[in-house]
Design a binder for this molecule. Structure first.
Ligand SMILES: [Zn+2]
Ligand SMILES: [Zn+2]
Length: 107
């Protein structure tokens, strides 16, 4: 959780749906810091009522199927919502520390 106020048009939300908790960051690097320090969560799953959080399928980092403990990272960019799923906070942090989806990619 950042100390910075996060508007609906920016920042990132990380949610663990089954634990019904979430947190938010102004930038991706802050997720890494937060995970390193075993950061705090806020109550609430952040998903729409009709969203089970299961639509994203596999961990972006390791490719494993998602099960209990999975987390969703949603980046807000204006009206856009860009979501990625991970098997757990550790892989979300590993992915974030590698630069997330904006890292240089050959594909
Ligand atoms: Zn921040
Ligand atoms: Zn994973």
């Amino acid at each position: 959780m950042c100390g910075v106020a996060i508007t609906n048009d920016g920042g990132l939300r990380l949610t663990e749906p089954e634990a019904e908790r979430h947190t938010a960051f102004c930038r991706l690097e802050h997720l890494v810091t937060w995970a390193d320090h075993d950061g705090a969560w806020r109550p609430g799953a952040l998903l729409d009522d009709d969203d089970t959080g299961e639509g994203l399928g596999r961990c972006v980092q390791c490719g494993d199927g998602l099960s209990y403990g999975r987390v969703l990272l949603v980046r807000h960019r204006g009206p856009l919502r860009i979501g990625d799923a991970f098997c757990g906070v550790e892989h979300a942090a590993a992915w974030a520390s590698a630069g997330g989806r904006w890292r240089v990619s050959g594909s």
